[in-house]
Ligand binder design. Structure first.
Ligand SMILES: [Zn+2]
Length: 432
């Protein structure tokens, strides 16, 4: 039996309605009420707030290799898509680059307190070893000790090829399982076309069939500005009308972005049981506007938080985007509270993945947590250290990160890999 005890924290955020002090106990990778301290690993949390590990519900890890790319900033999405596609073609997306980009993106994630990343992978050159690419991302996560949700996406892929590849990925990476999650909970597989702006109904149908066969979650992106424009132009309908008609609004579906939504659409998403992912670190710089998160939550929709990828948001730092989410929320309605946004970045994201065991520190939950040091000058004078986590010290990183009871970041450093090597390997590949 392995026991980890986190002791002496300023505050422990169990979930959005329970902030307490006292120990956090992890037994065999799972949060427990208490345990025999004999032989336990004790982590000193003096001066720290302890939260559940953050869950990044929307990332495109491959884009980690394409940050601040010339010609991709300050332009419309219609022009951004071909600019990114040209960069992908020039770099040659293969197993090696997929793995190295995932490794860098996931290392950045855990170093910033994210213990689960949903990687919506959208770039599959024809003839590529798609199982190898998915496996490379999964291996990067396993090496670093992070949880990965690999989303077999599609963006103008041949529908039948995309579905065959998704099916092969599930069979290769999660053999003999149903429900899309590995028995240790470290790897999940989901499917998701990029959106109605890029993929035809057939892709949604066929990937939906793969999801039904294997019990996978479904994810897509909807109602960014260009998504609405193209849907109206091509089909004479709005994206959510199409998704509803195509059977892609339901409790197993998560919709990222949702910047441009009407009250009627919000009501229909809520009635369907679908969940949402807010990604202001992408939506704001892309000029798509601010998703009405307050209205989504008031309608009863579970809302998670994601960074989206390095092609639009050059930082995979979810807590920084939680801060941004609070700041910009005041532009579209009553401001979101820090506790609400923290709960979006943890339990909200986890619920959208169908993973109720993640994103909270209640007994029985996964033993994923972060120690955030709030004893420094950037937190001096802060009245509420939990609100301060988001409002103060932008870009803060956790001192310690634990995933399934294993310490993966200690004193701000990876325990599982050499950060410098990860950086050097990605630069070596992209500059080749
Ligand atoms: Zn996105």
């Amino acid at each position: 039996m392995s026991v980890v005890i986190v002791r002496g924290a300023v505050a422990v955020v169990e979930h959005s309605r329970c902030v307490r002090t006292g120990d956090v106990v992890i037994v065999d990778g799972v949060i427990a009420e208490a345990a025999d301290p004999e032989g336990a690993t004790v982590i000193d949390a003096t001066g720290c707030v302890v939260t559940a590990g953050l869950v990044n519900a929307h990332h495109h890890l491959l884009q980690t290799a394409f940050r601040t790319l010339p010609g991709t900033r300050g332009i419309a999405m219609r022009d951004w898509l071909p600019a990114m596609a040209a960069a992908y073609a020039e770099a040659g997306i293969d197993t090696e680059l997929t793995g190295l980009a995932a490794r860098a993106g996931l290392a950045e994630a855990v170093l910033s307190g994210v213990t689960t990343v949903a990687d919506h992978h959208l770039t599959w050159p024809s003839g590529a070893d798609t199982v190898g690419m998915a496996r490379a991302a999964a291996e990067a996560a396993a090496d670093l000790g992070a949880r990965l949700v690999f989303v077999r996406g599609a963006a103008r892929d041949d529908p039948e090829e995309a579905a065959a590849s998704a099916d092969a990925i599930v069979r290769a990476l999660l053999p003999g399982t149903h429900g899309g999650v590995s028995s240790d909970g470290m790897l999940q597989i989901a499917v998701g076309p990029a959106g109605v702006h890029s993929d035809p109904r057939e892709t949604f149908d066929l990937l939906g069939e793969v999801a039904r066969t294997h019990g996978l979650r479904r994810r897509t992106q909807a109602n960014e500005v260009v998504d609405v424009e193209i849907a109206v132009e091509r089909y004479g309908a709005r994206p959510l009308d199409l998704l509803e008609e195509w059977g892609w609004l339901g409790p197993d579906v998560t919709l990222a972005h949702l910047c441009d939504v009407t009250d009627d659409e919000i009501a229909r998403v809520a009635a369907s049981g679908a969940t949402a992912t807010h990604a202001p670190g992408c939506d704001v710089p892309m000029g798509w506007g601010v998703a009405p998160v307050r209205r989504l939550r008031d309608a009863g929709i579970a809302v998670g938080l994601g960074t989206s990828g390095g092609g639009s948001n050059d930082a995979g730092h979810l807590l920084a985007d939680a801060r941004l989410a609070m700041q910009v929320s005041a532009l579209v309605g009553p401001q979101l509270a820090a506790s609400e946004v923290l709960s979006m970045a943890t339990a909200g994201s986890a619920d959208g993945l169908g993973r109720a065991e993640l994103g909270r520190l209640t007994p029985g939950s996964a033993g994923d947590l972060c120690l955030w040091d709030v004893s420094g000058v950037a937190d001096a004078g802060v009245a509420d250290p939990v609100s301060g986590l988001l409002w103060a010290a932008p870009g803060r990183r956790p001192r310690t990160v634990v995933v399934a009871g294993r310490i993966v970041v200690d004193d701000g450093r990876l325990t599982t890999a050499d950060e410098g090597e990860i950086v050097a390997q990605l630069f070596e590949r992209v500059r080749r």
